[in-house]
Structure formats: structure tokens, C-alpha cells
Design a protein around this ligand. Structure first.
Ligand code: SAM
Length: 216
């Protein structure tokens, strides 16, 4: 029976790869990557020479069918995204859904590891026994509704944000008590804990951001 491994990779620090992930990368016939150039940096660091191919959010049905055929030929595959856990604000879900329906005997095996949302949750100090993950705020359409939902949530909310919109989003969050994780696990990792309106005054809008918003 063929196997598809869904493998989490580091969110910055390449040492955060798991031993099991490295083992799987060495064992599989092919690694499906969101961007092969990004994944090759990780693979070359660990001297892994397994072939790679791209699978991303714009991949067409033709590519999915190609992957399906490899699995029918009993090839084993690993799926990775550029960073963190595939399928979480990243490509993967569409492929997994299609393959699970088309090949009921396919083994889909999770290889857990880093995830930016959970990493930020772990250092927030907020009551995270229940929380809501809402991904990226919409840029225009649905933005107001998104922040209304954040404001009305009974539980802490985790969102992702890019350097281009971090200031705009912090402005929306105003007086909310938040923790912002910037460039987590990387050289310029910075963690801000304050009201959003205070963080705006100090934050460097560069890099990758996760925001954890405390419940009111
Ligand atoms: N699948 C990934 C995961 O498991 O976290 C998330 C992918 S999503 C396309 C990328 C976003 O995650 C970034 O824009 C940022 O909001 C957040 N992110 C990823 N790495 C991060 C890091 N090292 N520090 C802070 N935020 C990060």
C-alpha cells in the first residue's frame, strides 16, 4: 500500500526539523514541495538527495492526477510546505481531500512538527485551553466582519499577518491585550506583549508575524 506523509518543517530555524521528518525524507521516492528552492535549502543542510517536485495552491487537476498515479504505482511521497505544518494557511488540504476520496486504501501519515500559531500560543501566557485560529485577515472584502468576529470571540484568537499589513492590523486591534511573535525561531526573533496601540509605537514592520489576542 502506498503512503503519503504530511511532514511539518521548521518555521525559521532549520534545527527545528524532527529526526522522524529527516528519516521520512530519506525513505520516500519523492518530496512534493510548495517551492522546491525553499525545501532544497533544508534538504541540502541535512545532505538529503531525494528528488523534489512542486505542488502548490495553483496546481491543476493534471498535477493532482499525476500524484495519484504515482501513489497507485505504490510510490511513497512526502508533502511539505515552505514552512511549518502543511494545510495550515498553506497548500495541502485540496490534495489530501482528493487523494483520500480517490484512494480509500491510501495511508496518509502526519509527521508533526513546528507551526507558527501554536508556537506563539505556547509563549502567550493567555488561557489557551480553548482558542480560535483565524489565519490571515482579509485585505478588503470581509475585513470588518473578520475583526468583529475577533472582538466578539469568547476565546483567545490567533492570526497571521504579513509585514505589509501588520501596522494596519495592529491599529484595528487598538486596546486589545496581545502578544506578537515576530520572526519566531529566527535570528531577529522579537516578542511584544502589550496593548496593540502600544506595540504599534515600537514594532519593526519587517519579517513574519503571528498575533495572539487575549479574550476580553
Ligand atoms: N503552515 C505554516 C504554519 O504551520 O505555521 C503557516 C504558513 S502561512 C503561509 C505563513 C505565515 O505564518 C506568515 O505570514 C506568518 O504570519 C506566520 N509565520 C510563519 N513563520 C513564522 C515565524 N517564524 N514567525 C512568525 N510568524 C510566522
Amino acid at each position: 500500500m502506498s503512503t503519503l506523509y504530511i511532514v511539518a518543517t521548521p518555521i525559521g530555524n532549520l534545527k527545528d526539523i524532527t529526526l522522524r521528518a529527516l528519516h521520512i525524507f530519506e525513505e520516500v521516492d519523492l518530496i512534493l514541495c510548495e517551492d522546491t528552492r525553499v525545501t532544497k535549502k533544508l534538504l541540502s543542510r541535512y545532505n538529503i538527495k531525494t528528488p523534489t517536485q512542486s505542488y502548490h495552491q495553483h496546481s491543476k487537476l493534471k498535477k493532482i492526477n499525476y500524484i495519484l498515479n504515482l501513489l497507485k504505482q505504490s510510490k511513497s511521497l512526502a508533502l511539505v510546505s515552505d514552512s511549518g505544518t502543511p494545510g495550515i494557511s498553506d497548500p495541502g488540504n485540496k490534495l489530501i481531500n482528493h487523494l483520500a476520496k480517490s484512494l480509500p486504501d491510501l495511508k496518509i501519515v502526519p509527521i508533526p512538527g513546528p507551526n507558527a500559531a501554536v508556537t506563539a500560543a505556547s509563549i502567550s501566557g493567555f488561557p489557551m485551553n480553548k482558542f480560535v485560529f483565524m489565519g490571515f485577515p482579509p485585505h478588503k472584502k470581509g475585513r470588518q466582519k473578520f475583526f468583529k468576529e475577533v472582538a466578539e470571540s469568547k476565546y483567545p484568537v490567533i492570526i497571521y499577518e504579513s509585514p505589509y499589513r501588520i501596522l494596519k492590523t495592529l491599529k484595528e486591534l487598538g486596546q486589545k491585550e496581545i502578544v506578537v511573535g515576530r520572526e519566531l525561531t529566527k535570528k531577529f526573533e522579537t516578542i511584544y506583549r502589550d496593548k496593540a496601540e502600544e506595540i504599534i509605537k515600537q514594532i519593526k514592520p519587517k519579517g513574519e508575524f503571528v498575533i495572539v489576542i487575549n479574550k476580553p
